[in-house]
Design a protein around this ligand. Structure first.
Ligand SMILES: Nc1ncnc2c1ncn2[C@@H]1O[C@H](COP(=O)(O)OP(=O)(O)OP(=O)(O)O)[C@@H](O)[C@H]1O
Ligand SMILES: [Mg+2]
Length: 198
């Protein structure tokens, strides 16, 4: 199966045993299948303002969101990875606690006056840094941030399609922004969120 590609910052995935779709033989077919599945979740949460009941931003719901995005394609959708073989992410056994801490912080942000785009960039970075899943962490963290924005009355972010291309200026800027945020400077990621919010 030719499913390999070199996308900067992509979680290296070479175990396809969790793939549910036998008809998927190429990376393009996989991308399309994932996109269709992701789109269902986008529509569910972004077509209208999601209520707190619908999107409670608890750790359980955050895991469920990944399941909603990928369960048509991968058996491990919504499941915390069991390995630490990635060069990124908190150790697998700490993922649950890290998500609970994030959920607790989000509940405090609701009460405060903090700029919504700074919140969305911080949520995006913290969630992708936890890296709960085998794959799809980037797309999940960007949707989480968008649901947060929509629920709090802000303009959602439309990321350019080039963001997921192997070589593109936006991919380079995006990865640079994530790496700066890893070092404690969120400014570039905030400016990308502002640039692409409607
Ligand atoms: N070296 C790194 N340092 C910090 N963050 C990284 C690094 N490599 C990858 N990431 C983060 O991990 C994400 C990729 O994770 P993963 O492949 O699980 O998600 P995805 O949804 O398939 O990817 P993408 O973000 O390309 O849509 C990137 O978007 C980036 O945020
Ligand atoms: Mg990936």
């Amino acid at each position: 199966m030719n499913l390999h590609r070199n996308l900067q910052g992509e979680t290296p995935l070479d175990d396809y045993s969790g793939l549910k779709l036998r008809r998927v033989k190429t990376r393009e077919q996989l991308n399309a299948a994932e996109f269709l599945n992701n789109y269902e979740a986008f529509s569910k949460y972004l077509n209208r303002k999601p209520t707190k009941r619908m999107a409670p931003f608890t750790s359980r719901w955050m895991l469920r969101l990944h399941k909603e995005m990928f369960s048509a394609v991968w058996v491990w959708a919504g499941k915390i990875r069991t390995t630490d073989g990635l060069n990124i992410g908190v150790p697998a056994h700490q993922v649950e606690t890290a998500l609970e801490n994030l959920a607790r912080d989000l509940a405090c942000w609701r009460e405060g006056e903090w700029d919504l785009i700074e919140q969305s960039a911080t949520l995006h970075h913290r969630s992708v840094q936890i890296h709960p899943f085998l794959d799809g962490n980037g797309r999940w963290s960007r949707l989480l941030a968008n649901i947060w924005i929509k629920q709090n009355g802000g303009p959602v972010i439309t990321w350019p399609t080039e963001l997921r291309q192997a070589t593109s200026v936006i991919r380079d800027r995006y990865m640079e922004a994530i790496k700066q945020a890893d070092k404690g400077d969120i400014a570039l990621l905030v400016s990308l969120h502002r640039q692409y919010s409607e």
